[in-house]
Design a protein around this ligand. Structure first.
Ligand code: ATP
Ligand code: MG
Length: 559
């Protein structure tokens, strides 16, 4: 049923891994890691990183570590951490026993910092944050040494120990590396590696009141875990010399190397964690897992499968060039996957009644409908046909436009899997002027699957349900959350929110087989798109369906 596993195309990072294995640089060992900060939910951009890191481990006989980069206690939470683990598993990857936390290395990071102080390579600076910024210099002008830069080693050690012991208020001192205030790379101008911060940590509680900075802790975590290829996004390219400096100047057990790739940007969405949090907090969406969110929990609830997301990551590839990927590429991956896997069902989203005046009132026939038109082995089911049906409102036009081959006064259409009917009239609602009823005559000799079925050439072929043999269901149609292709590039991305990003079909009807569907089940509703039973659906009896994606890309056409 599933797609054959796709082999990811090679890319420059995979080439490095291949070469390193060939040259023996890593002694035949490959270890990567996926290092999220537990300060938000994972999004589709993270999926690119997950597929890259876990994919390399899988394809080169290596391991990929799952590591929480939990060095910033203020924003972190177990709720995020739990969701992250769950989501990586859902995507189809497994870290086995390799679950780690940067906070596990706090003691080691501290010891290495003392070593650096003793070696004269780190000092306690007592300048204020603003002063440090001012001394740092600019991209064109070099920085200035702090007056505390030449503190005696003993004094540095004593002060650093007191920082740890909680003897100073937040911000009173920082520990800085003594590298080069004139370096053209700002990251090497004596970067701070420890700050005082009285914030309880979700794992270490109040054991620490000083925390290592990301650049320092990250390099040490990689080296402690004997990571061979530390893969991160391009904005860390300028941090690589610092990464290398830390690894070379601390007694870590290995020598990892950092490689950078371009982060994923998608049209019609925002990806920054801050903006995603705002969307949730300001209630522009119903939560992190709102089906319009680019979070993986949101995409999952929208109906995205792990396979479709992995296919997407394979298709977009990995490079060093920043790019904005059209969201239609993602949507198309879902179509490709669900076209193969989703059983076909019938739902009428926007119904209007159709009455077959010459069909006996008490007759009910069973029409045989395949579960998948290209997969006869999936079998068939029966859908009841009777005198009173519903069809889609837009399958009927009082005055048919040119090229409209569906139902219109005097016109004939095939009711899919059943009979050919001819429209004999219609009734308008006295108040609204809308069509409230369509009347037809059927031709008993045209039943699908019988000898007479194809004797007449009928262009239109529409779906239907019997009123008495179908049920109301809540069907939610989702659309893109933003109307502009690059909301993140706007002054206020909120002004681009799409007011019609969700609409609910008020009177939609579904065939009996859909009543027993369970949350997460996916279907193609014939002619209407791919749908998933919402995860919060009340279950058997009255499922709620989300439209995951339309059958074709209609975005540009409809705008
Ligand atoms: P923040 O917004 O807080 O800086 P982040 O987007 O860097 O966070 P992390 O939790 O640090 O998120 O990300 C974990 C890993 O996922 C990192 O290695 C990061 O490079 C990668 N990653 C994050 N966003 C993207 C993206 N859009 N495309 C590819 N990789 C990404
Ligand atoms: Mg980050």
């Amino acid at each position: 049923m599933s797609n054959s596993p796709s082999v990811p195309a090679t890319n420059f990072i995979r080439n490095v891994v291949t070469e390193d294995l060939a040259s023996g640089k890593t002694a035949g060992r490959i270890a990567t890691r996926f290092p999220p900060e537990p300060n938000g939910y994972l999004h589709i951009g993270h999926a690119k990183s997950i597929c890259l890191n876990f994919g390399i481990a899988r394809d080169y006989g290596g391991v990929c570590h799952m590591r929480f980069d939990d060095t910033n206690p203020a924003k972190e939470d177990t709720e995020y951490a739990d969701s992250i683990l769950d989501t990586v598993h859902w995507l189809g990857f497994d870290w086995g026993p390799h679950l780690y936390y940067a906070s596990d290395y706090f003691e080691r990071c501290y010891q290495y910092a003392e070593n650096l102080i003793l070696a004269g390579k780190a000092y306690v600076d007592s300048l204020s944050a603003e002063e440090i910024r001012a001394y740092r210099g600019t991209l064109t002008g070099s920085g200035k040494n702090s007056p505390w830069r030449d503190r005696p080693i003993e004094e540095n050690l004593m002060l650093f120990r007191k920082m740890r012991a909680g003897e100073f208020p937040d911000g009173a001192h920082v520990l800085r590396l003594k590298i080069d205030m004139a370096s053209p790379n700002l990251n090497l101008r004596d970067p701070a590696i420890y700050r005082i911060r009285r914030a309880p940590h979700w794992r270490t509680g109040s054991s620490w009141c000083i925390y290592p900075m990301y650049d320092y802790a990250h390099a040490i975590s990689d080296a402690e875990e004997r990571i061979t290829h530390s893969i991160c996004t391009l904005e860390f390219e300028d941090h690589r010399p610092l990464y290398d400096w830390v690894v070379e100047n601390t007694p870590v057990p290995s020598r990892p190397h950092q490689y950078e790739f371009a982060r994923l940007n998608l049209t019609y969405t925002v990806m920054s964690k801050r903006k995603l949090l705002e969307l949730v907090q300001e209630q522009h969406v119903s939560g992190w897992d709102d089906p319009r969110m680019p979070t993986l929990v949101g995409l999952r609830r929208r109906g995205y499968t792990p396979e479709s997301i992995r296919l997407f990551c394979d298709r977009i590839g990995v490079s060093k060039a920043d790019s904005l990927i059209d969201v239609s590429v993602l949507e198309d991956c879902l179509r490709t996957d669900l076209n193969e896997r989703a059983p076909r069902r019938i739902a009428v989203l926007n119904p209007v009644r159709l009455i077959i005046d010459n069909y006996p009132e008490d007759r009910v026939e069973s029409c045989t409908v395949p579960h998948h038109p290209q997969k006869p082995e999936w079998g068939t089911r029966s859908v009841p046909f009777s005198r009173e049906l519903v069809i889609e409102r837009d399958d009927f036009m009082v005055e048919p436009a040119k090229g409209f081959f569906r139902l219109a006064p005097g016109a004939e259409v095939r009711l899919r899997y059943a009979y050919v009917v001819k429209c004999t009239g219609f009734v308008l609602h006295p108040d609204t002027g809308e069509v409230s009823e369509i009347h037809c005559q059927y031709d008993p000799d045209t039943r699908s699957g019988t000898a007479g079925a194809d004797t007449r050439k009928i262009k239109g072929n529409i779906h239907w349900l019997s009123v008495a043999h179908s049920s109301e269901a809540e069907i939610r149609l989702y659309d893109r959350l933003f109307l502009e292709p690059d909301p993140a590039g706007m002054e206020d991305y909120r002004t681009a929110l799409n007011p019609d990003s969700i609409s609910v079909c008020p009177a939609s009807r579904v065939e009996p087989a859909l009543l027993t569907a369970s949350p997460g089940d996916k279907f193609q509703f014939e002619r209407n798109g791919y749908f998933v039973v919402d995860e919060d659906s009340p279950g058997t009896g009255c499922p709620v369906f989300n439209r995951a994606v339309t059958l074709r890309d209609t975005w540009t056409k409809n705008r």
